[in-house]
Ligand binder design. Structure first.
Ligand SMILES: Nc1ncnc2c1ncn2[C@@H]1O[C@H](COP(=O)(O)OP(=O)(O)OP(=O)(O)O)[C@@H](O)[C@H]1O
Ligand SMILES: [Mg+2]
Length: 364
């Protein structure tokens, strides 16, 4: 999969609408065969960027290369790309077969070959036997798969998907996520996938670009994004995170020593940037251990009180008030036992402990 040179090369791209900058200086290098996602809140410029890759929008500044060729001003139908839109644009009055064949209408294939390709596509989306069904007699998920098949049947080098699962309910969405991954593995096409759902981006992608206000904040694998976010925005957007304002106090071999509000003196892995002045110490809720007794191990620990808690089935979420901190700290604990802990009423004194390397130091 990985070649040294990138397959889609986005270089210094800006898109301005009047005085408003929708895409604000984006550089991205997407590899051949990669499942690459653009993730960010509503209005951050994901669709605009995708439309520029597809050719439906021209950049105000910058260049887009696909497979080494400058595509910046090439019209959509002359690009090796195909786009699946959020509102699955399939024709309700046509059959499933005719909807899929529509993707090949310009190719004027002999009937036998067209039939073979459509049958293959039906097989791929698990709808063999549905060819004669009218599309308005399909479920949302089935319609979505037809839209996908119609885009894939042309075997584009790049498939651009704009929130293609947005309209589906949670269960179906998760099923389609797996199916999309499988289809992508089988066909080996480069996918650029837009979503505002962080869980979806993490499940599906080789790498994710997190966007905010037209800019790319971080490009990384799902694991890197979660375990080593590079800024507060990314840390906050991916999963949940506790933040503590902190001041550096010095260095001990490979640890940065900080004085953090609520936690006292803490030691954290050295961050990849120079900390001068203030910083933020961040820790995920599941990386904090909650106990009623003082932890036996020689771990860093602080005492607080349960502010409130919630039972969520697979885990429980606790909010713990620490002296000197306005906001309670979130702690999540897997419910390994079937018996629910009854001893943690609001107000109960508890200990929070953690390991040094669970702490991420972020710029203020
Ligand atoms: N044709 C246009 N003219 C003016 N402003 C536009 C145009 N298209 C998009 N915008 C603005 O650019 C910004 C980015 O829009 P875009 O559609 O790319 O966001 P998005 O990240 O896809 O959001 P969503 O998740 O809601 O789909 C928005 O503030 C939007 O209002
Ligand atoms: Mg959009």
């Amino acid at each position: 999969m990985s070649t040294d040179e990138s397959f889609i090369d986005i270089q210094g791209i800006y898109k301005r609408f009047g005085g408003f900058t929708a895409v604000d200086g984006v550089d991205l290098a997407i590899q051949r065969g990669e499942f690459f996602s653009l993730l960010g809140a509503s209005g951050c410029g994901k669709t605009t960027l995708l439309r520029m890759i597809a050719g439906f929008e021209t950049p105000t500044e910058g260049r887009i290369l696909i497979d080494g060729q400058d595509m910046t001003v090439v019209p959509p139908n002359r690009r090796p790309t195909n786009m699946v839109f959020q509102s699955y644009a399939i024709f309700p009055h046509l059959t499933v077969r005719d909807n899929i064949a529509y993707g090949l209408r310009k190719d004027r294939l002999p009937k036998a070959e067209l039939d073979r390709k459509v049958a293959e596509a039906l097989e791929m989306i698990n709808l063999a036997g549905y060819g004669d069904r009218r599309s308005n007699e399909l479920s949302g998920g089935q319609r979505q798969r037809v839209a996908l098949a119609r885009a894939l049947i042309k075997r584009p080098k790049v498939l651009l998907l704009d929130e293609p699962l947005g309209a589906l309910d949670k269960k179906l969405r998760e099923k389609m996520q797996l199916e999309l991954r499988q289809i992508q593995d089988e066909v080996g096409i480069t996918f650029v996938f837009v979503t505002h759902d962080q869980e979806e981006a993490l499940t599906m992608s080789c790498r994710v670009a997190v966007m905010s206000e037209g800019k790319v904040m971080q490009v990384a694998t799902p694991r890197e994004l979660y375990e080593a976010p590079n800024c507060r925005m990314v840390a906050d957007f991916i999963g949940s995170m506790n933040f503590f304002m902190a001041s550096p106090r010095g260095q001990e071999t490979d640890r940065l020593v900080l004085e953090a509000e609520g936690l006292g003196t803490i030691r954290a892995p050295l961050p990849g940037f120079a900390v001068n002045g203030r910083a933020i110490a961040a820790i995920r809720p599941e990386k904090l251990a909650l106990t009623t007794d003082k932890p036996l191990e020689n771990l860093p620990a602080v005492q607080g009180n349960i502010a409130t808690s919630a039972y969520l089935g697979d885990r429980s979420q606790f909010y713990v008030r620490l002296p000197g901190m306005a906001a309670p700290v979130a702690v999540s604990a897997q419910n390994v036992e079937r018996t629910v802990r009854e001893d943690l009423d609001d107000g109960t004194p508890v200990w929070l402990s953690w390991r040094d390397d669970a702490i991420v130091v972020l710029p203020e």
